[in-house]
Design a protein. Structure first.
Length: 138
């Protein structure tokens, strides 16, 4: 009887410890995610939280696969995912930095007339919001 109680108590303790570890890990992941979002917003001057409706309204999902954007499963343009922040070039011609990404989003054909990417003519703030969202995907 005492052995059964000891086994039960040991099992409960192990369960509580595993639960505490899982909660701590989730907290660290959420903190990291929020920090990355904040850093992306600051670096671009945008607010990534506003980007999904902008991308949806402007047809970005027709050409690109973009995590978190409903229906964004396009195959024409590159995937806009966590790999964007690590790329050296944007559109094959511009150094990858926030200002160049914002320029590219707004007026890709003015930069490279032969690109398949259209010049969107969205506002600078909308481009900043999209850039913040995309850089936060890392």
């Amino acid at each position: 009887m005492r052995s059964d109680l000891a086994k039960l108590l040991s099992g409960v303790i192990v369960g509580v410890v595993l639960l505490a570890i899982a909660i701590a890990a989730a907290g660290l992941w959420i903190d990291r995610r929020e920090r990355v979002r904040h850093e992306s917003d600051v670096a671009t001057g945008g607010v990534g939280a506003r980007a999904v409706p902008i991308m949806t309204a402007n047809g970005c999902s027709g050409c690109h696969t973009i995590p978190g954007v409903p229906g964004a499963q396009g195959q024409v343009g590159p995937r806009l995912d966590g790999s964007l922040a690590g790329r050296v070039y944007i559109g094959g011609v511009l150094a990858n930095n926030p200002e160049n990404l914002i320029r590219w989003i707004r007026s890709a054909r003015e930069i490279n007339p032969h690109t398949a990417m259209p010049s969107t003519r969205i506002t600078e703030q909308q481009a900043r919001d999209i850039a913040a969202y995309l850089y936060a995907l890392r």
